[in-house]
Design a binder for this molecule. Structure first.
Ligand code: XMP
Length: 512
């Protein structure tokens, strides 16, 4: 049976981080709903469970809790922050609202360093973020760390292997956090570890092979990291039974479809069909200027073309998609309610369910950084794995107003200059995206002795961790200046360049 640790999620912004840290230590970890029943849990047979933090208070009526039978199941439990308070409350300890709450760095004093804190102390810098705190630990528990304001910064019941931490070991601001989790996994829970990307490839290849049998699998390639890694993994698992389709929508950057063709025919040979559908997309976008309409038309056209190509592949029963773990968690998250549609996102993962294929989603338990590691292990080239994200609707959402062949040519040329020049910036590897946007605004300029009346290009260069929030990059003036000079001199139809200094929120990264 596969070794697995479960994180029961109480809506903490850190639940995913806990899972990632555990995986970093070589133990496979998944996130489960906090109210998973003992019956469901025992089917997974976890080696240990972690109760995450969360925004609730155990002092409120109706606060989220666990199936109390889990406490007597006999597996090691680590409660973090809210998780610790919940353990204390369920086991008849006492939790109270702290006088002012504790947020930020703190120094804890270890009063016992045998188990969870083995090899650490006597003082540790940690990260606290809590309002309530445990005042009396439950019977059978002892305090193993404290601060001047938090009498029980950590607690243990060694006999039952139940532990609580008031601080967050999963964040980088707790420098020894990984050591604490390592102790919990390997000293206390007797985990064996050894979960690596190589092992993941072996296991998922076996699963894919047995599920697919003799059938064919279609994989929609977008040129992005996720779909490329899916294709490479399927290729490893089932070889020629995987057929990749790449729809060139004509909205790609300069030489992009050639580059993808070259990667997948030379560096990483795959059976790939490249469909040039640029005319269909441009025709469908004719005289459309509304951003949402553009996105919907592109999404619809993509599905039509993909479907037409897919039915030509004989024996195709499965469709592979690059769904990632954060999307899976999001869709069944305890606290994730419906949110307002800001933009209709479209990508190859956005195909409708009624295409008539069974879905294969081999990355649905991986985080983004793990997908990059997987790609590396599968031998995909760096130039592909390190690509900046590129939106499904492509340059269409970077050309404000109507998308025409002429506008596309202007933007491609400007974008190429941005890419070439920004690569000289020393902080380049911290940039999330850097690109040009073509505005439907004309301004007056002067070149030589001539009056010009041409379009404006905006530069968007941002840092971000996950695309959800972003900040504009303080790019050195000399680089901005070179980009501007080159675009104005080299790109016909542009006579002004501006720099977008809006963060997200309130702006978004793409302009449409
Ligand atoms: P926004 O503009 O919403 O973008 O701040 C956040 C991130 O998502 C990318 N993006 C998309 N990716 N399909 C995608 O696969 C889309 O339709 C799409 N729209 C935006 C954007 O480039 C940024 O990284």
């Amino acid at each position: 049976m596969k070794e697995i640790v479960l994180v029961l999620d109480f809506g903490s912004q850190y639940a995913q981080l806990i899972a990632r840290r555990i995986r970093e230590l070589g133990v496979y970890c998944e996130i489960a709903k906090h109210n998973i029943s003992l019956n469901e849990l025992s089917k997974l047979s976890p080696a240990a469970i972690v109760l995450s933090g969360g925004p609730s208070s155990v002092l409120e009526i109706g606060h989220p809790t666990i199936d109390a039978k889990i406490l007597n199941y006999g597996i090691p439990i680590l409660g973090i922050c809210y998780g610790m308070q919940l353990l204390a409350q369920l086991l008849s300890g006492r939790v109270e609202k702290g006088k002012s709450g504790e947020y930020g760095p703190a120094k804890i004093e270890l009063t016992d360093s045998n188990d969870l804190f083995s090899g650490l102390g006597p003082f540790l810098n940690v990260w606290m973020s809590h309002g309530d705190q445990v005042i009396d630990v439950p019977e059978g528990f002892k305090v193993i760390a404290r601060t001047s304001t938090c009498p029980a910064a950590a607690m243990e019941n060694k006999a039952k292997r139940i532990y609580g931490l008031q601080f967050h070991p999963e964040v980088v601001h707790t420098p020894n956090g990984l050591d604490i989790l390592r102790n919990f996994l390997f000293r206390i829970s007797n985990c064996k570890g050894g979960w690596t990307m190589r092992k993941f490839i072996e296991e998922s290849s076996r699963e894919i092979k047995s599920r697919v049998g003799d059938s064919q699998v279609i994989c929609g390639l977008s040129g992005g990291v996720d779909s490329s890694v899916v294709a490479a993994l399927l290729h490893r698992a089932i070889g020629k039974q995987m057929k990749a389709i790449f729809v060139d929508n004509g909205l790609l950057r300069s030489r992009e479809s050639e580059e993808i063709a070259s990667i997948f025919s030379h560096d990483y040979p795959l059976d790939i069909r490249i469909v040039d559908a640029s005319k269909a997309f441009l025709d469908a976008l004719k005289s459309i200027t509304d951003p949402e309409q553009k996105r919907k038309i592109i999404g619809r056209t993509f599905i039509e073309i993909f479907q037409k190509e897919a039915v030509r592949i004989k024996g195709a029963r499965f469709l592979a998609q690059g769904t990632l773990y954060p999307d899976v968690i999001e869709s069944h998250s305890a606290h994730g309610g419906p949110s307002a549609t800001i933009k209709s996102h479209h990508n190859v993962g956005g195909l409708p369910e009624d295409l008539g294929f069974d879905l294969i989603e081999p990355l649905r338990y991986l985080f983004k950084d793990e997908v990059r590691r997987l790609g590396k292990e599968l031998g995909l080239p760096k130039r592909l794995l390190n690509r900046q994200p590129f939106p499904g609707p492509g340059l269409a959402v970077r050309i404000l107003g109507e998308v025409t062949a002429k506008n596309l040519a202007i933007l491609r040329q400007a974008d190429l200059i941005v890419q070439a020049e920004i690569a000289h910036y020393v902080g380049y590897q911290d940039i999330w995206q850097s690109f040009a946007v073509l505005l439907p605004v004309k301004t007056v300029g002067v070149m030589g002795d001539e009056r010009t009346y041409a379009n404006v290009v905006a530069l968007r260069i941002v840092t971000s961790l996950d695309g959800m929030t972003a900040d504009w990059v303080k790019v050195p003036y000399d680089i901005l200046s070179r980009i501007s000079t080159r675009i104005i001199n080299e790109v016909n139809g542009v006579n002004r360049v501006v720099y977008d200094i809006s963060s997200k929120p309130p702006g978004t990264i793409e302009w449409e």
